[in-house]
Design a protein around this ligand. Structure first.
Ligand code: SF4
Ligand code: SF4
Length: 313
């Protein structure tokens, strides 16, 4: 039987904000949502793709090493010699010659294929750095999209007594979700907007399956720790009304922890480097005052609300 493989866009050791202790974060390529604020847009798509870091190009110093390298004629040059990428042509590339030639790493390939055995070996390499109950966090992109691969690596981790965490949008078939959770110790699950129309507007999909999956996990005999997570965005999901609906949902399901992540634009440059339009460039900022007001609302309802990196592990 052919060995399972998947595409990852990063493996980051020494993470301390994505589960207990010091951890290794594994980022999967691919996501069923398309959140307008996404901070990891290199996780979009289902195949290897290019990032073009125009700002570090040395064309002004006379560099033109990449000239004629692209077999698809996707790179063009203006009168000053500044290169740009034709994304419509580039999207079909499988060979990425440009990434091998630029001395300044202007062209970077997102996505590298791993087998389960290769990833597990990488995790064992990091194991010495996992302190205070650390382990591995599967994230992305959306790791549950890679059901067979994720289930296989989770089973290996469980057999190896490795602590497992997941960061997920919970948009996957319910039977997959419940099966995966049998091998997960800790979960951050995103809850972006309780209003279905606004959820579709911000993410491209309905929230119904997501809410259903959360309810099903709670009803199951899973014994891990679940913290809901909300990327908190001005004029999108920071209203009292939305918070009240989340509180009601949490109380109904016996959930009592939420992590509020203040909206930021750290992903903007990456959107540009991928040739995508970042619609949230001019989105209003969340004030710290509003974050604290929301936190107080939850606390008054008996729900522990943590802002940013303050989730205790
Ligand atoms: S090789 Fe790299 S640094 Fe030189 S012109 Fe091309 S993209 Fe710019
Ligand atoms: S990724 Fe491929 S098509 Fe795109 S610029 Fe590089 S070599 Fe050309």
């Amino acid at each position: 039987m052919e060995e399972l493989k998947t595409l990852l866009f990063d493996i980051q050791p020494f993470s301390v904000h994505d589960g207990p202790g010091s951890r290794t974060n594994v980022f999967f390529v691919g996501c069923p949502l398309f959140c307008k604020w996404c901070a990891n847009p290199e996780g979009f798509g289902s195949r290897k793709h290019l990032m073009f870091a125009e700002s570090v190009c040395k064309y002004e110093d006379g560099c033109n090493v990449c000239k004629n390298i692209c077999p698809y004629d996707s790179i063009s040059y203006d009168e000053k010699g500044k290169p740009s990428v034709n994304w419509k042509k580039c999207i079909k590339c499988t060979t990425f010659e440009c990434s091998t030639i630029c001395p300044n790493n202007v062209f970077k390939v997102c996505g590298k294929e791993y087998t389960v055995a290769e990833l597990y070996k990488m995790l064992l390499r990091d194991a010495q750095s996992w302190s205070a109950g650390g382990g591995v966090t599967f994230t992305g992109g959306e790791c549950t999209m890679h059901y067979d691969f994720l289930l296989a690596i989770l089973k290996k981790c469980k057999a190896g007594l490795i602590h497992t965490a997941i960061e997920t949008c919970a948009y996957c078939p319910t039977d997959h979700f419940l099966e995966l959770f049998k091998y997960i110790n800790f979960a951050f699950i995103d809850i972006k907007n309780m209003d279905d129309e606004r959820h579709k507007e911000g993410t491209g999909v309905s929230n119904k399956l997501i809410l259903h999956n959360i309810e099903e996990v709670v009803k199951s005999d899973w014994h891990g720790r679940l913290v809901l997570r909300q990327p908190t965005i001005h004029d999108y999901n920071d209203s009292d009304e939305n918070a009240k609906k989340i509180v009601a949902f949490m109380k109904k399901n016996g959930l009592f922890e939420i992590n509020l992540l203040k909206f930021h634009r750290y992903g903007q440059t990456k959107w540009e480097q991928l040739g995508k339009t970042y619609e949230y460039a001019d989105k209003g900022d969340m004030t710290q005052e509003r974050m604290l007001e929301l936190q107080t609302m939850y606390l008054n309802e008996g729900i522990a609300a943590y802002i940013g990196d303050d989730t205790p592990f």
